[in-house]
Every structure is written in structure tokens, then in C-alpha cells.
Design a protein around this ligand. Structure first.
Ligand code: 5GP
Length: 181
């Protein structure tokens, strides 16, 4: 049997994402007004969200950017539970306010590992921001302070999220449909 995949219905359209990103940016602006904030994007999925998000944070917050890359699903839609640091931060976050930005929280394994790892670097504060949350799939609890949307247990792509490296460039979030031939 040959499995083919295609992007199907739009789950969250571009304009709804933009509205929610503005709201989260304003909230972050209030919470960190007059403070420094290191926004740590988790490559590659969070890049599109992060680039919109940081521009929605007002200039009253002194924002700097850093990135981490962790190994994730490869070409499969199943979680492996294995998290490996592929790229680490460029600068020390000791005593700094850190905001980890993720594309999606699924089982929570990736984020809980990253939060634990970040704690070891002794930042002043750590918070998490995720665009999407598949709450019903959670295996370990993680506190997400800034959340975009809760979504059902479907594999999604677009707005930075990929399937086998594809579809990150779609402006909306779509559900992936499996076609069996
Ligand atoms: P977790 O460790 O929470 O199970 O998985 C988090 C990571 O799995 C995300 O950063 C993302 O890379 C990947 N992931 C989970 N669900 C989806 C999904 O529906 N679509 C895509 N493209 N990636 C997902």
C-alpha cells in the first residue's frame, strides 16, 4: 500500500493566527514592560511564529533572540520521546528572563526536557509560549503561560510546522490528510 499525504482543510486561518499573535505580544509586553527578555526559539518549527511574535512585543521590552534546535520526529508523525540538542544557545541566560517559544506541544516531552535543561543554566525566570497545544495527547505536564490555540489530535502543518520538511511556508495551519492507494 502506498501512502500519500496532502494538506487538507485549513484548521486555523492566517488572519486568526495574526490576531492571536498580536494579543500574545501585547500580554508579553505588559508582563515584561521595562525588563530584558531573551526569546529562545526552538528551530525550525517555531521560526515563523517567533518572527511574528517578537514584532508584536512592544519596544518597552528589551528583547534579544537566541535559538536552540532539538531532534524531533524525522519523517514520521509518531513521537519518539527522544530529545537531542542539535544546536545550543549562543549566549548565557544566567539571571536573565527567558521565554521559550515552541510551535506545538504534543506529548510535552520536548518542552519538559527543554525547561529542565534551561533551569540548569540558572536564568532569573523561565516561561513558555506555544502557538498550538494538543492537550489530549499530553504525557508529561508542562506549564504553557502563553498559548495560541488548543487543537484536536490531528497532525498539522503550515505556519512553520512541517511534514518531512515540507509545508512550513504555508501562511495558515492545515490538517494533513493521508491518502491510501
Ligand atoms: P512533544 O515532545 O510535545 O510530543 O512534541 C513536540 C514536537 O513534536 C513539536 O515541536 C513538533 O516538532 C512535533 N509535533 C507534534 N505534533 C505535531 C503536528 O501535529 N505537526 C507537526 N508538524 N509537528 C508536530
Amino acid at each position: 500500500m502506498i501512502m500519500e499525504y496532502k494538506v487538507a482543510e485549513v484548521l486555523i486561518p492566517e488572519n486568526e493566527i495574526a490576531k492571536r499573535v498580536r494579543e500574545i505580544g501585547e500580554k508579553i509586553g505588559k508582563d515584561y514592560a521595562g525588563k530584558d527578555l531573551v526569546v529562545v526559539g526552538i528551530l525550525k518549527g517555531a521560526v515563523v511564529f517567533m518572527s511574528d511574535l517578537v514584532r508584536a512585543i512592544p519596544e518597552t521590552v528589551n528583547v534579544s533572540l537566541d535559538f536552540m534546535a532539538v531532534s524531533s520526529y524525522g519523517d514520521s508523525t509518531k513521537t519518539s520521546g527522544i530529545v537531542r540538542i542539535v544546536k545550543d544557545l549562543d549566549s548565557s541566560v544566567k539571571d536573565k528572563n527567558v521565554l521559550i517559544v515552541e510551535d506545538i506541544v504534543d506529548t510535552g516531552l520536548t518542552l519538559s526536557y527543554l525547561v529542565k535543561l534551561m533551569h540548569e543554566r540558572q536564568p532569573g525566570t523561565i516561561r513558555v509560549c506555544a502557538l498550538l497545544d494538543k492537550e489530549e495527547r499530553r504525557k508529561v505536564s508542562v506549564h504553557v503561560e502563553y498559548k495560541g490555540f488548543s487543537i484536536p489530535d490531528k497532525f498539522v502543518v503550515g505556519y512553520g510546522l512541517d511534514y518531512a520538511g515540507r509545508w512550513r511556508n504555508l501562511p495558515s495551519v492545515h490538517i494533513v490528510e493521508v491518502l491510501e492507494q
